[in-house]
Design a protein around this ligand. Sequence first.
Ligand SMILES: *[C@@H]1O[C@H](CO)[C@@H](O)[C@H](O)[C@H]1NC(C)=O
Ligand SMILES: *[C@@H]1O[C@H](CO)[C@@H](O)[C@H](O)[C@H]1NC(C)=O
Ligand SMILES: *[C@@H]1O[C@H](CO)[C@@H](O)[C@H](O)[C@H]1NC(C)=O
Ligand SMILES: *[C@@H]1O[C@H](CO)[C@@H](O)[C@H](O)[C@H]1NC(C)=O
Ligand SMILES: *[C@@H]1O[C@H](CO)[C@@H](O)[C@H](O)[C@H]1NC(C)=O
Length: 405
Amino acid sequence: MMKAILRTRAEEEEVDKLTSSPITSKDLSFRLVKVVTFLVIFVSGMVLGLAATAHVTRYFTSSHHELFFSPIHVAQVSHEEDCLSITKYKKEEDCLNLKSFINPGHLTHSMTDDELLWRASLVPKKEVYPYKRVPKVAFMFLTRGPLPLSPLWDRFFQGHENLFSVYVHALPGYELNVSRSSAFYGRQIPSQDVQWGSVTLSDGERRLLANALLDFSNERFVLLSESCIPVYDFLTVYKYLINSAYSFVDSYDDPSRYGRGRYSRKMLPDIKLFQWRKGSQWFELNRTLAVNIVADDKYYSLFRKYCKPSCYPDEHYLPTFLNMFYGSMNANRSVTWVDWSRGGPHPATFGKEDITEGFIQSIKNNGTTCSYNSEQTLVCYLFARKFAPSALEPLLNLTSTVLRF
Ligand SMILES: *[C@@H]1O[C@H](CO)[C@@H](O)[C@H](O)[C@H]1NC(C)=O
Ligand SMILES: *[C@@H]1O[C@H](CO)[C@@H](O)[C@H](O)[C@H]1NC(C)=O
Ligand SMILES: *[C@@H]1O[C@H](CO)[C@@H](O)[C@H](O)[C@H]1NC(C)=O
Ligand SMILES: *[C@@H]1O[C@H](CO)[C@@H](O)[C@H](O)[C@H]1NC(C)=O
Ligand SMILES: *[C@@H]1O[C@H](CO)[C@@H](O)[C@H](O)[C@H]1NC(C)=O
């Protein structure tokens, strides 16, 4: 690229000289040949330079840098189109390189849900990876729009860039406005409308899981919302999840009309009443379970058809499906704390005046123990909800003390 530009300058000077000096016909043809030669070299230099830059941009920089180089961004798109079209395929472009397969740099894609879920369900048969795989935790945010607590999450993520990935499912058309240095920058996935209480909410959860599965380094998958906060530092959370033999999905048998009462006999013979479970939607899954969930059509389609208000698929599908097939892999509890003690259909929301060191400490550890692998631990919850935007400032104020990040 530099060479091409330097040559351009030299060539311009040559052209200037050509127009200002007396000309003989021999001179003219000689100079014409020279000019043509320079032009050919210049144009091929440009083409090579552009191709090389597009290549470099595609493979070695993250999507964060694209906006700095908008003309190259255009070149990059056409390069990708070339790669996908067999007729234009050029061997030297290495379209089938491993890097973009194991971790697609772009989160944008034009796959339909069917195509996406199919692709996400692919599992390598070989047990050994042909690269150094550092397992990551995928933090998946299901939100309508803004993420007012993102500055707290950014503080939490800071310094651990190789150990996590962030995915955001917002309503279609919503564009998250965060700074370029934020962990949320450029992390929105292609989304669809989500209606709380309907099956579209579970569709959104599966869409998040599927997009996160495309990165082969993601090992654990946490569902979060805009009102969730982390209550421990990143490494504590990371180790807790990565080293857990179980996934954390709330799953219990509720004999009341809010539990078994929502079961439909139309799900017979595939789902029986005794298999029916309920639980909070805020799940944490390991990769094996995540794959099995995006791969399931049979049971999910029964929920789509027969679990309608007052049955809510987001409260029943995962707990029931895991209970039926993967019960022994589930801790049957959620790692996301929530306060239902005030009663009513919605849990308590905490704002500015609620945030104290003592309150956060009681979420982290209130003396109750939980089982973790084969032991008992005082650490039961890694995340908590629901927190109002006004809680951000006092929470940031606690990062150096009780939150420790
Ligand atoms: C995005 O956020 C910045 C900083 O908070 C603000 O100045 C800007 O107006 C916002 N842009 C949009 C489109 O909301
Ligand atoms: C969770 O519940 C299942 C039944 O669905 C049970 O088999 C499993 O042992 C439970 N997990 C733990 C850790 O107790
Ligand atoms: C996920 O957990 C199950 C059991 O809890 C385990 O058998 C499986 O190996 C785990 N998957 C991965 C990819 O670690
Ligand atoms: C601690 O928290 C758990 C779960 O939120 C709750 O069930 C229990 O009652 C609490 N214990 C105390 C002593 O507050
Ligand atoms: C931040 O914490 C200090 C003490 O640690 C307290 O004096 C101050 O009022 C707090 N500020 C906010 C906004 O909560």
